[in-house]
Write a protein that binds this ligand. Structure first.
Ligand SMILES: [Zn+2]
Length: 246
């Protein structure tokens, strides 16, 4: 399994950092987690096309996690017509598809809007195509927000999505996913100081590699502090375009 960071910024873009988007590759299969930015050019730059995607998962409906969907689904509507991905949203599916249809319907020369393969995210196992299994853990970042556990090729990757900004990660970190070894933990670094992760990470033998994304520049100092506090763990500040093999 390989994770490619398309966008590592927090609520809005920063220089050379787009809003949240990850690609997960397992063999020839590809999946997207969050789409706070249009990922079409990221795919094209890698010699890929949107048809390569099997599924897209959105952790919560804040613009920096889902607003790249509109331009992406636009090109899938008129150009990449044979895309066949499943689209998992923590949202009212009818409201989303009506809004998309209305937005695409503004086109000066209207064309019919395709029916995409929508699925509502709920807690628990949400996806299993025989290659990748995805389990959603509800968080308290907003009314409907999730962390996602990705399992493939005998490896486990946990992506926290956004966590509670009010209480910090102690409050809603998906600890249940840490009962077995997590080969890669991808954490958010925007809503609290990274050192607030200490009660979860310190002494936890099931975590050894921690990549921090969704990074707010004013929080970067606390990520370096966390690295000093946990010298035995690999802690990496993710940047747009970085890739990690799991
Ligand atoms: Zn958010």
């Amino acid at each position: 399994m390989r994770v490619v960071f398309f966008g590592t910024s927090h609520g809005y873009p920063e220089p050379h950092k787009k809003c949240s988007a990850l690609m997960v590759e397992v063999g020839e299969k590809r999946y997207i987690i969050d789409m706070g930015t249009d990922i079409t050019t990221d795919l094209i730059d890698r010699g890929l096309r949107p048809e390569c995607l099997s599924a897209i998962f959105i952790t919560h409906m804040h613009g920096d996690h889902y607003c790249g969907l509109a331009p992406f689904l636009n090109t899938c509507n008129w150009l990449y017509k044979t895309t066949d991905f499943a689209l998992y949203l923590p949202a009212d599916i009818k409201q989303f598809s009506d809004a998309l249809e209305a937005w695409l319907g503004l086109r000066a020369t209207p064309i019919p809007v395709r029916k995409f393969d929508y699925h509502k995210i709920n807690e628990g196992l949400i996806y299993d195509d025989g290659v990748l299994k995805v389990t959603a853990y509800m968080t308290k970042h907003c009314e409907e927000s999730y962390s996602l556990l990705l399992e493939a090729e005998g490896k486990r990757v946990l992506y926290t999505g956004d966590l509670s900004s009010k209480h910090g990660p102690e409050y809603d970190f998906p600890r249940a996913a840490l009962e077995s070894k997590v080969d890669l933990l991808i954490c958010e670094g925007a809503h609290f100081l990274a050192t607030r992760y200490m009660p979860i990470f310190d002494g936890c033998e099931n975590i050894s590699r921690i990549w921090i994304t969704h990074i707010k520049e004013t929080r970067v100092g606390s990520i370096y502090e966390l690295m000093e506090m946990l010298p035995d763990k690999q802690i990496v500040l993710a940047k747009d375009g970085m890739e990690v093999n799991v």
